[in-house]
Design a binder for this molecule. Structure first.
Ligand SMILES: [Zn+2]
Length: 85
């Protein structure tokens, strides 16, 4: 039960989180998705996984915005500046 888990990114050991009483309550690290598949240590999570996740979120947001925009544009085809005075 106490075999050390290994980070899929740095291959180092995953740190165990302990209560103030020294009881291990978490030893499975962090979810390494979308950077890698599996579990990773806390520092790899901060350095690699969170930025990758942010990037994914940014991409998803940009995609959503683009889709939204093109829907708006399609509403006023053929795209001439017809509200110019
Ligand atoms: Zn690591």
């Amino acid at each position: 039960m106490s075999k050390p888990k290994v980070c899929v990114i740095c291959k180092g050991g995953i740190e165990q989180k302990k209560t103030p009483e020294g009881k291990v309550y978490w030893d499975s690290g962090e979810n390494a998705e979308p950077y890698a598949e599996g579990r990773c240590c806390g520092s790899c999570n901060d350095i690699f996984v969170i930025p990758a996740r942010m990037e994914d979120m940014m991409k998803a947001a940009a995609m959503r915005a683009r889709r939204e925009k093109s829907r708006q544009l399609q509403g006023r085809l053929p795209g001439l500046p017809n509200d110019e005075r």
